[in-house]
Every structure is written in C-alpha cells, then in structure tokens.
Design a protein around this ligand. Structure first.
Ligand SMILES: [Zn+2]
Length: 291
C-alpha cells in the first residue's frame, strides 16, 4: 500500500509521512539494486518515542553494570552477582530479560574463563584470582530492552589473558566506528573487527553475535563479527543493535553444555572474552546507549 505525503508515517511517530520518513524511503530505494545490500525492514526502525524508551532502559542497565563492577572481586560467587542484578533491575522498575527467557533460570549471564557466553550463575562458582568474567545484563523497562556486557579481571590475571580482554574491548570500539549511516553495512562492522583482531592470532566466534534490540530482546539484523565491506544490512538512522564480539585466545571451536543447554565453552579450554554494548544509528553517526 502506498502512503500519501500527508498520511501518518509508517513509523507511528504520528507525524505526516512527508516530514518524517518519506525522504528516508527515497534514499533507501537508491540501494535496492545492489544485490549484496539488504534493506532494513521498517519494523526495526525506531521512532523518537521508542528511542527514548530504549534509552531509559539503558540507563537502568548501565547503573546495574556500574554496581556490578564495584562488587565483583575474588571470593564472591556468580550467584551473588545474579542476586544483585535481580535486585537492582527490579528496584528500578525493570525486568531482567534473561529470567525465564526460553527457560533460562537467572537474571544475568556470568561467563568465566573458557566459558564463551551464557554462563549460568550458581553458588558453586567462586571467583578466584586469575579469573576473567563476562557479566551480561539485559533490562526490560516499560517494554523496551537494553543489552550490554562487561569483562572483569579478578586479582592477578596472566598477561596474555589480560591482553585478550583488552583487544576484545578495542575490537568492539573498532566495530562501532565502522558505523556510517547510509554509507556502510553490517558487514563493515564485522570486517573492521576481524581485520583488527587478525594480527593477534585470536579467533572470533562467527555463529553467535550481535543482534537488533529495543522493542524485543532479539531483532534483526544479525551482527556477525566477521564480515565483508558493503554486504549485509545497510546501516540507517533509527536502527538499534548490539555489538558484542566473542574472541577466543585459541581456536574458534566451541560446544554447548548439554547438562544445562545454555553455556558455551571453548573446545580447547582456552579463555574467551566478550564486551557488548547497545548502539543507536543516528543521522550523524552512531551513539552508544548501553555499555
Ligand atoms: Zn516516520
């Protein structure tokens, strides 16, 4: 169905199409003949009201991770982190998105050392000196989602492991900087990250990656951290997604813990690191919302 210039815009902003997304649609049409470029579907383009809602959820999510960073230390259990996350999110009016998600039992993912992601908090996992841990938090507030994770290094961490953590953090930043609205695609993010990581001899997880987020926990696009320039979905204003490279010190191979159906481990038992933030593509560039 064709929308007239004076009809309400499809983005539900309640503005007239001609002053809202009409120019956007015309610009998008210019890319439709390139078979390597995927055009973003309308349902993932957020309007101002939705962006404000996602930012509010992100504010809570950031606060939670700030508090986690103060309490993560040698001797605490991952169950204690879970309890803190649950309390802070719910005290701020939110819901932990992972709790009950396809049966996931906790409010946070805590992935230690060779756990790549989806580590489940428990009272048997006591953090010890030399450990690295990823704490991944997603908050739902008033129906909007924000998703981020940080790494923490406990006590005396081996130099080579420390380096893995630092390179992974920088890889996320390099991916973020590849976002140029109307000029680059999701593949450029993966390309920038993989080119940056290559000289270190690490491997990047290809089959688990970033995702659209905001109105739902997992939306389009899939953000692979390995990619080719100008391939995949075009990056345009109003898109919200995560960048969350998982980088292994050794080989890429991983397996899933069959006993819980969630936790991913490196096959070679070498450590894996991950940093995640939620970003918004804007007219001028991009903005980090949750970190
Ligand atoms: Zn619109």
């Amino acid at each position: 169905m064709k929308i007239g210039p004076n009809s309400p815009c499809w983005c539900k902003s309640k503005k007239k199409y001609k002053v809202c997304h009409m120019q956007f649609d015309e610009r998008l049409k210019g890319f439709s003949k390139n078979p390597k470029i995927e055009l973003p579907p309308r349902e993932i383009i957020k309007n101002d009201k939705q962006i404000a809602g996602i930012k509010k959820a992100a504010k809570v999510n950031n606060l939670v991770l700030d508090e986690v960073s103060k309490m993560v230390k040698e001797g605490i259990t991952t169950a204690e982190i879970d309890l803190l996350v649950y309390k802070l999110i719910t005290d701020n009016g939110g819901i932990p998105a992972t709790l009950g998600y396809y049966g996931y039992p906790k409010s946070v993912c805590t992935s230690v050392n060779e756990q790549v992601c989806h580590g489940i908090p428990d009272d048997k996992t006591v953090l010890k000196s030399g450990d690295i841990i990823n704490v991944d938090v997603t908050t739902i507030l008033d129906g909007f989602y924000a998703d981020a994770s940080r790494m923490f290094m406990i006590g005396d961490v081996a130099e080579e492991t420390r380096k893995l953590v630092e390179v992974t953090k920088e890889a996320r930043e390099v991916g973020f900087k590849a976002i140029k609205p109307w000029e680059t695609c999701v593949g450029d993010i993966g390309y920038a990250i993989s080119e940056y990581v290559k000289p270190f001899g690490y491997s990047i997880i290809r089959d688990i990656g970033g995702h659209g987020v905001g109105i739902d926990f997992h939306e389009d696009p899939y953000v692979c951290h390995i990619g080719q320039p100008m391939t995949g979905m075009l990056l345009v204003p109003g898109m919200v997604f995560t960048i969350e490279p998982m980088i292994n010190m050794g080989k890429e191979d991983f397996y899933e813990d069959e006993s819980n159906g969630w936790t991913i481990y490196t096959e070679d038992k070498k450590p894996s690191a991950q940093w995640e933030y939620t970003v918004l593509v804007t007219e001028e560039g991009a903005e980090i919302i949750a970190y």
